[in-house]
Design a protein around this ligand. Structure first.
Ligand SMILES: N[C@@H](CCC(=O)N[C@@H](CSC(=S)NCCc1ccccc1)C(=O)NCC(=O)O)C(=O)O
Length: 208
């Protein structure tokens, strides 16, 4: 029985990084897909701690908050650094990825038509911060010498930005190499090639 269950809408959205991490870590999981119609009835929403999805179950443990899923899986699968110092840096970079993801989602859901071009124009100012971190750390990961949940989070947000702006990494070689290296990891490659991944839209409003 797969210990992990994701309950979410039929989107990659805020579960993209978690699914990539689960796949790369060789884990299986169950997906419970909630339609917007069922969600609007309100019964499931009432049971959600913050009234929102995604929900993540690990056996009897029920979690909400997508970044919490990543940290939990990081602890369980040795992807949270080798000491508290590295763990703190991994938290810091994941928080930085969350800032970028939040800006992206605001543009996608609230100002796509009017704000997409300005967002893409401003994007290098945000991506250059992660470029500098990866250029400095010779391991090819954000922190230390092995992959962490923050790497999966950054990787997934970069994949989404490459759909929005296919040239956004052209002048950022460390990020380009990071995406190419993670994309080539056998379990990630298999997952990104799978129908389960390809059939889901990135976002819930058909914009990307
Ligand atoms: N901090 C939370 C945020 C969770 C969240 O925003 N959930 C959204 C869905 S995830 C997302 S990217 N929301 C953006 C817009 C959207 C709404 C509804 C469906 C799909 C996307 C949700 O449940 N909306 C429905 C509701 O609040 O009643 C997390 O990181 O998990």
């Amino acid at each position: 029985v797969a210990p992990y269950t994701i309950t979410y809408f039929a989107v990659r959205g805020r579960c993209g990084a978690t699914r990539i991490m689960l796949a790369d870590q060789g884990q299986e999981w169950k997906e419970i897909v909630v339609s917007f119609e069922d969600w609007m009835k309100g019964d499931l929403k009432k049971t959600c701690v913050f009234g929102q999805l995604p929900k993540f179950e690990d056996g009897g443990l029920t979690l909400f908050q997508s970044n919490t899923f990543l940290r939990h899986l990081g602890r369980k699968h040795g992807a949270y650094g080798k000491n508290d110092c590295e763990a703190a840096q991994i938290d810091m970079f994941n928080d930085g990825v969350e800032d970028l993801r939040t800006k992206y989602l605001k543009m996608i859901y609230q100002e796509y038509e009017t704000g997409k071009d300005a967002y893409i124009k401003d994007l290098p100012n945000h991506l250059c911060k992660f470029e500098a971190v990866l250029a400095k750390n010779k391991s090819g990961f954000l922190v230390g010498d092995s992959i962490s949940f923050a790497d999966y989070s950054l990787f997934e947000v970069l994949l989404n930005h490459l759909v929005l702006s296919p040239t956004c990494l052209d002048s950022l070689p460390a990020l380009k190499s990071f995406v190419d290296t993670l994309s080539a990891r056998p379990k990630i490659k298999a997952f990104l090639d799978s129908e389960d991944y390809k059939k889901l839209p990135i976002n819930g409003n058909g914009k990307q």
